[in-house]
Design a binder for this molecule. Structure first.
Ligand code: ADE
Length: 228
């Protein structure tokens, strides 16, 4: 997979060289490049924003540098992802779907957002998705892009050293949050690991885990169970 990220703060994406995404790049499964939007400006002040038509607070990102940047990095097979709090909500299903793509281009806006014509024009040539990380507002799309990239990249086939760990995790196919987990020592600060996990009885362990996953989901995320 190839991922291009366009931002006025490309250094945000340095974090992708660490950890899992860094390993995937080293293994040749993934190629990530960050681009500075200002490289695509043509005026001497390298301006990327201007006041909004119709008035209102804040600044809007100008269309011209975005048009040039997208023309430069986007290939025919790419999906353009625009992180924005007014997008459709990102879920594990989104991550699974995007992990099967060959080229993702993240267009990270700042300020009050990007001139809508950028997305409207891009949508005549490529697939474009405006996606929100959740019902809260960040200062720009960079941190949202980092989160989405990590969620997508770990699902690329061959990426996880232990793909088994993808099987039983929160937001998986059973729609339940993950059960609580424990490791050694069996007793710590007078708190004991539940006996069943030390029993060696695999059926009992599976039943206990399922029960805890259901309890936890009902308690923390009743919206996922359909009984609010
Ligand atoms: N940019 C600002 N807030 C955001 C959010 N919640 N999700 C995605 N992109 C954003």
């Amino acid at each position: 997979m190839r991922i291009d990220v366009i931002s006025i703060f490309p250094a945000y994406l340095d974090a992708l060289q660490l950890s899992l995404a860094g390993k995937a790049q080293a293994a040749g499964l993934l190629e990530i490049a960050a681009h500075d939007l200002r490289e695509f400006t043509r005026d001497k002040h390298r301006s990327v924003d201007d006041t909004p038509y119709g008035g209102g607070a804040g600044m809007v990102m100008k269309p011209e540098p975005w048009g040039e940047a997208l023309d430069t990095v986007t290939t025919d097979e790419a999906v353009i992802i625009v992180p924005t709090p007014s997008g459709e909500v990102f879920t594990q299903r989104t991550a699974e779907r995007l992990s099967g793509e060959r080229h993702l281009v993240f267009a990270c806006g700042r300020y009050e957002g990007i001139d809508q014509r950028v997305m409207d024009h891009a949508a005549t040539r490529w697939r474009v998705e405006e996606i929100s990380l959740g019902d809260f507002v960040l200062n720009g799309g960079e941190v949202a892009a980092l989160a989405m990239i990590e969620a997508v990249v770990r699902l690329i086939p061959g990426f996880m050293s232990n793909p088994e760990s993808l099987v039983e995790e929160s937001h998986g196919d059973d729609g339940l949050l993950e059960y609580p987990v424990y490791t050694k020592p069996a007793s710590w600060r007078e708190l004991d690991v539940p006996d069943v996990l030390l029993s060696g009885n695999h059926a009992a362990i599976a039943a206990w885990r399922r029960e805890k996953a259901v309890e936890r989901t009902q308690d923390r995320r009743p919206d996922l169970t359909g009984e609010m």
